[in-house]
Design a binder for this molecule. Structure first.
Ligand SMILES: [Zn+2]
Length: 105
């Protein structure tokens, strides 16, 4: 999920449905329930957590590219939420950072 190397299979976690392997720190960070959802998300839309984090894009640029992506979709509200979550995860924007941005804007 975060694409860190898994050295210790015993402390990793295999998801029930997608049979993805999540490392110990991802399980610790998100909890098993959310890991299931996130593994599903990356399987469906590709990539992995923080894949595009080091592109050097500002938060506004990340937001702009999200708006651009969403403007091209005809998906329902569920799909829009899913794409938004996936987009932020790819860029390494987690809930904490998002909350900060909302509070300071
Ligand atoms: Zn991980």
């Amino acid at each position: 999920m975060c694409h860190s190397e898994i050295n210790d299979l015993k402390s990793s976690y295999q998801t029930k449905y997608t049979k993805s392997i999540a490392c110990e720190s991802c399980v610790k960070k998100y909890g098993k329930k959310d890991v299931e959802i996130l593994a599903d998300l990356f399987l469906m839309y590709g990539g992995y957590e923080e894949k595009l984090k080091n592109n050097g894009e500002s938060f506004d640029a990340v937001l702009d590219s999200l708006v651009n992506k969403l403007s091209k979709t005809t998906g329902d509200i569920d799909q829009i939420f899913t794409m938004t979550l996936h987009h932020f995860l790819l860029h390494g924007v987690d809930q904490k950072k998002l909350k900060e941005k909302i509070e300071t804007s």
